[in-house]
Design a protein around this ligand. Structure first.
Ligand code: 13P
Length: 252
């Protein structure tokens, strides 16, 4: 059985004090709801305050970063290393979000290096993939996503592959209010599972969790989660309000 994982990607939102208030509010609404793994991914500068809150209050909430460099230290101006995140008990790291690929030039090879580094440091990578509207309209969804997943997972060992969370986020659905239909999300998540099965075997493919992301709300989460291959969600805008994010975590 795959435990559903609902992660909030706050993107570049929330000052540290707002972050603490948000996590407190979320926890009030989801405490005891342990059928789902809940993760919050604040900006780097919020991580110390959120980490302290989670630890002191004993909250069963994962703490994710939104990016990470693959090296432990060095001359990489503006970057944050795995060792730095480890200090604050970060558990998950989003890697290769389409906004990082689009605006910051991230490549499949870079994503692969980061996934390997994340695993080597004991983080759970949330590795993102997804096609643009143009690619979907040209019938390229499958080839684009298959290529991103194969490259991202390149040369992982089976245990590494097992712990990666893959987030399928069609770019046209991000922040647009136009989520993929549950059937479309399920179809692509199923294709991703087949890729994992071909490269790492069926046992790993059945264990790997695959999220859908893109305009997820409390209104569409239940239908998305009812599908065989959708094991959770990566939530942007709807993760910034405690009651709305909690409504997604408590979908069932
Ligand atoms: P929205 O939920 O705002 O569409 O964002 C999705 C996303 O990019 C999560 O990583």
């Amino acid at each position: 059985m795959r435990k559903p994982v609902i992660a909030g990607n706050w993107k570049m939102n929330m000052l540290p004090e707002e972050a603490v208030t948000l996590v407190r509010g979320i926890w009030q609404e989801i405490e005891g709801h342990d059928k789902v793994e809940a993760v919050v991914c604040p900006p780097f500068v919020d991580i110390p305050a959120v980490s302290e809150l989670i630890r002191n209050a004993g909250m069963a909430v994962g703490l994710g970063a939104q990016n990470m460099h693959w090296e432990e230290s060095g001359a990489y101006t503006g970057e944050v290393s795995p060792l730095m995140l480890k200090k604050f008990e970060v558990t998950h790291v989003i890697i290769g979000h389409s906004e990082r690929r689009q605006f910051f030039g991230e490549t499949d090879q870079g994503v692969n290096r980061k996934v390997k580094a994340a695993l080597a440091h004991g983080f759970i990578p949330i590795m993102c993939c997804g096609e643009t509207l143009k690619q979907r309209e040209a019938g390229e969804t499958e080839s684009v996503v298959v290529n991103q997943v194969k490259c991202g997972l390149f040369e992982l060992d089976t245990e590494g592959a097992r712990s990666v969370i893959i987030a399928y986020e069609p770019i046209w659905a991000i922040g647009t209010g136009k989520a993929a239909t549950a059937d479309d999300a399920d179809e692509v998540c199923g294709i991703i599972r087949e890729v994992v099965s071909r490269d790492f075997g069926d046992e790993i493919a059945q264990a790997v969790r695959i999220q859908y992301g893109g305009s997820v709300t409390p209104d569409n989460i239940s239908e998305l989660m009812s599908r065989e291959n959708v094991d959770g969600a990566l939530v942007g805008g709807a993760s910034l309000k405690p009651d709305v994010f909690a409504g997604i975590v408590r979908y069932s």
